[in-house]
Design a protein around this ligand. Sequence first.
Ligand SMILES: Cc1ncc(COP(=O)(O)O)c(C=O)c1O
Length: 404
Amino acid sequence: MTSRTGLQTHLADRLQTWRTAGLGRSTVDLSSGQHPVVDIDGDRRLLFSSSNYLGLSHHPTVVAAAVAATRAFGTGAGGSRLTTGSTTLHRQLEDELADWLGYPDCVVFPTGYAANLAALTVLADDTVTVFSDERNHASIIDGCRSAKSNGADVRVYPHQDMHALRRLLDSRRTPHGLVVTDGVFSMDGTVAPVGTLVPLAREHGCMVLVDDAHGIGTLGDGRGSAAPHSPAPDVLVGTLSKALAAEGGFLCADTVTCDLLRNQARPFIYSTASPAPTIAAALAAVRLVRSDPGHVRELQDNVRRLTAGLGLAGTTGTPIIPVPVGDEAEAMAVADALRQDGFHIPAIRYPTVPRGRAILRVTVMATHTDAQIDALTSAVGRWRAARAAAPVPDREPPQPPTAR
Ligand SMILES: Cc1ncc(COP(=O)(O)O)c(C=O)c1O
């Protein structure tokens, strides 16, 4: 092996600094599917961190649709949507999503990340101010960075603070505006005030984009956080990778917006399409959610049982249930203790959440049993009791490095 370049040494130093600060990460490799009980590293564990919220990734109808599409279309897509990768299944899925969610048109992207990146990059040029909630998903933040490089003005408002948003909207200097928010915030499970936000944006002549990656399939009748509200957001982004048990992202809007994206969105044009089996699985999942409300109801029953057990009843009603810890090292220790108790619940730390605000991010699925939910409630109760009895540590929090 040749000697290291200066850059390689610099990269190794950065990685070491990162790990020393307690921020090191590595993958955990499951040898089973996203069931309530999974095999990880040779151990059986109760899984409380999956986004397979409705448990549809193993539903016989969904699996059969993916198998049939594999036989008909093969495995890989073989090209981007604009070359050879688009199939009749992609078109059917777009039509089904647009019809279900009440929009004239829909575009399917390779991932939800790509959908947000594409939307912000294409919709926000130098005539636009983007107003973005401070806790929006990283894909929206990266979309805002891209919008900024187009010359867009980007303003970040405090989490769900409609007074602060109004002040920012009042001071807009560009001809156009776009307000962007998660529907269900991915780390704290809070729900955006869509019913207030859309009229407020409209009052100021601005468009609204809601990313409901975690709300679609989980809230209301499955149509998510925006469905009960009128007027609806102008643009609704979702993912196929969570409740819809597949992979890919989508964006519902009017036909002009969708056509502009098909023409100019680089993540749509320059990335290979999602393969047909994945699209067939998503299509089957959407049809199941539309035709049988039992899936969503079972999930919502489990959300109620777990939040009540954890003493969080009356909170957001979403399947994302954050258990606050604070200190990064303590969060890792709690996750480890829960692992020894037979649970898989990763600690979420900076930079995914702000420094010193680490959480255990618990998610619940429709397929968890009451006994599994109660077992988690007891385990978290034991940790909380031990923490309450422990002396308060007398030390300054470390100053970790900054993420890029
Ligand atoms: C709020 C939100 N938006 C977008 C995404 C990205 O979706 P995907 O995983 O399909 O890229 C996620 C995924 O974690 C998310 O939580």
